[in-house]
Each structure stands twice: as C-alpha cells, then as structure tokens.
Ligand binder design. Structure first.
Ligand code: SF4
Length: 342
C-alpha cells in the first residue's frame, strides 16, 4: 500500500485520476493530511465512499508518543515517537524569541558513526520516508498546540544519506497548499558527504546548509568522524565553496567544543585560516556528554577563548545556547534508552 503522506499534491492528483475521482480532491486531502488527521474518517468534506476507497488504497501513518520530556528550565520538549513498524525516533521542540523551532530525525539510527553521538552507536536501521519526517512536525504541532516556524534537520540520521526522501520532504513541507514552512526557515545539517552537498547545490533550494566540521585538521576530525576518511577537510571545503557559488546561500559551520580534543588554541587558528574568505558563520556547540564516549565538554573559559580567537581573525562565531539542560538533551539518548529497555 502507498504511504499517502509521502505524496506531493501532483502525485495525489494523479492518484485521484487513476481512481476515477476529480483531481481537485487532491487539494482537499493534502490539506487534511497536513493538519495531522489520524484517520480518513476525519476528512469530513469527502464522501463516505471516497474515504473508504482511500483507506483501501493508502496507508495513513500516525506516530505514537512513547515518551515526552519537558524541560522545567525553558520549556523545551523532547519526543520519542513509535512509528508504524515499531521503530522509534526522536524530535525536539524548542522555544526561541523568533518562534518555535523543531529538530527532526531523518533516519532510524545512523551509519556515520560519529564518536560523540548517541544516535550512531547502534548503526542504521532504516531510512524514514518523506511522510514520516513530515509526521514528526505535524504531530509535534498537534501535541503542543503551537505553530512551528523553523525546522532543523539535525536529529538522528544523516539527511544526505537519505537523499531522495529528504528532498521530497523539503518540497512537501514548503508546499503552499500544506503546512507551508518556507525553505528559508529550514536548515539541513550534514556530517560532510561532499558529493551529496554538490548534488544538493544543483537543487537550487533556499534552505540553509549547516556543515558539522567539528575539527579543522584531518587527524582530529577522522578520529571523531569516520566520514572524514572518505571526504577529507579539503574535499569538504571544495564542496562547500561549490554550494555557495551555486546557491548564493551562506553556510553555517558547526563546531563541537570537546575538552583537549577540539578546543586547542592552534585549532582556533587553523579553523580561522580554513574559513577565511568563505561567507558563513561558526556555531560553537558545547559537547553533550554521551556514555561510552571518552569526550568531555570544553570548560566555559576555553569556549570563550576559542570564540575570541576566531573573532580576532575576522570569523563570526556564536556559542550555541544549551536548551533543555534538565532533560536528556543529547540526540539519540531517548531512543537508546528505549532500545536498552526492550
Ligand atoms: S552526529 Fe549525526 S551524522 Fe554523526 S552519527 Fe550522529 S546522527 Fe549520524
């Protein structure tokens, strides 16, 4: 059976024609789907007969909340969802001055194996479909009663490893007939799959690309991110240059601050040299501790010194505020707990 929420409005029109229905029904159905209906029965402006035909032909995915953690400090909400095949994924809803941001997963598990990450420690189980990624947003909106204004693809999974589904999701979520979140309000974070970054450039999207650099030298980067063995920093930077030249969109470089590993003064100097003349901006992220990883967060004064060293060399850098400090903030922790429990 076809997963209906993964269909674009054009594909839905095609389906309607094949079913002998009027194509305008596609717009009505699409709207219902993006409101987060949980059954075809709720589509009250469709005939009973059409609702029955839809239920025979399509699957309507509805993720179930397994766990919901709410931060008493800043209201950040972390969700663990169970998908229809029993797999679990995490999403986070955060409150900012400019609105509600959500961080969503794109895969069940991840094959990239970054050493500082809880999500990658059990490997990749499967890709999420475009509709399942969309579900995370629709159901966070429904559960919280809040309108999502920004999306970051920074949860579990490497979005560019699930390229086709993620691309389709980007089209679905920004479709004016649906939930309609503009691409300029969406960031896609990658561990640095250089050839896919170049392919993405060709899609001419308006999204922000966020590159997880985390170290300015190959030796350190390879020791914490195996992807660096396939795409060296030089190769990654070449892809980033191509991305900017093709799309005109500035890149955001994520840099994780790990004590004695990535926060040394020479690394600030090397990072500044690497990014000189590249339109973009650096986000310094205090590391979230993960069991089984020897990496520890940098001390606050080391983060400050690192930031000053970059700014002195003309590189704009901000320190990411830690949201939900009282809940399991590191991505993948909830799912890992659930796997251990099972
Ligand atoms: S940090 Fe991202 S890319 Fe790396 S293992 Fe975790 S989920 Fe995968």
């Amino acid at each position: 059976m076809i997963e209906i929420k993964s269909l674009t409005i054009q594909e839905l029109k095609q389906e309607m024609t094949e079913m002998g229905e009027k194509p305008f029904r596609a717009g009505q159905i699409f709207k219902w789907l993006h409101e987060g209906v949980e059954s075809f029965e709720e589509m009250s402006n469709l005939s009973k007969a059409l609702r029955a035909k839809l239920a025979e032909r399509f699957v309507l995915t509805v993720p179930q909340v397994v766990r919901r953690q709410v931060s008493q400090v800043d209201g950040t909400v972390k969700y663990l969802w169970r998908m229809r095949d029993g797999d679990c994924v995490e999403s986070v809803l955060m409150h900012y001055e400019h609105g509600v941001s959500v961080c969503v997963s794109t895969q069940v598990g991840c094959r990239m194996g970054c050493k500082f990450c809880a999500s990658g420690q059990n490997g990749l189980k499967r890709h999420l479909s475009a509709g399942e990624i969309l579900d995370e947003i629709l159901f966070m909106q429904k559960d919280s009663g809040e309108k999502v204004s920004n999306i970051v693809l920074m949860g579990t999974g490497e979005p560019l490893d699930n390229y086709d589904n993620v691309l389709k999701f980007l089209h679905l979520v920004s479709c004016p007939e649906g939930i309609n979140i503009g691409q300029r309000h969406i960031s896609l974070s990658t561990s640095g799959i250089a050839d896919k970054i170049e392919r993405l450039a060709g899609e001419k999207l308006q999204i922000t690309l966020s590159v997880s650099l985390h170290a300015p030298d190959d030796e350190t980067r390879s020791s914490i991110m195996p992807v660096n063995d396939a795409y060296s920093i030089e190769r990654l930077m070449q892809a980033c240059r191509y991305y900017f030249d093709t799309t005109g969109r500035r890149i955001s470089y994520e840099y994780m601050m790990a004590d004695g590993k990535t926060d040394r003064p020479w690394q600030a100097e090397k990072l500044a040299k690497l990014l000189r003349g590249r339109p973009g901006h650096v986000n310094l992220i205090p590391l979230n501790e993960v069991e089984e990883s020897p990496l520890r967060p940098s001390r606050p004064e080391a983060v400050r010194r690192f930031q000053q060293a970059l700014e002195k060399r003309g590189i704009t850098a901000t320190v990411r505020r830690r949201l939900g400090p009282d809940i399991d903030a590191a991505c993948g922790q909830l799912r890992r707990r659930e796997l251990q429990r099972q």
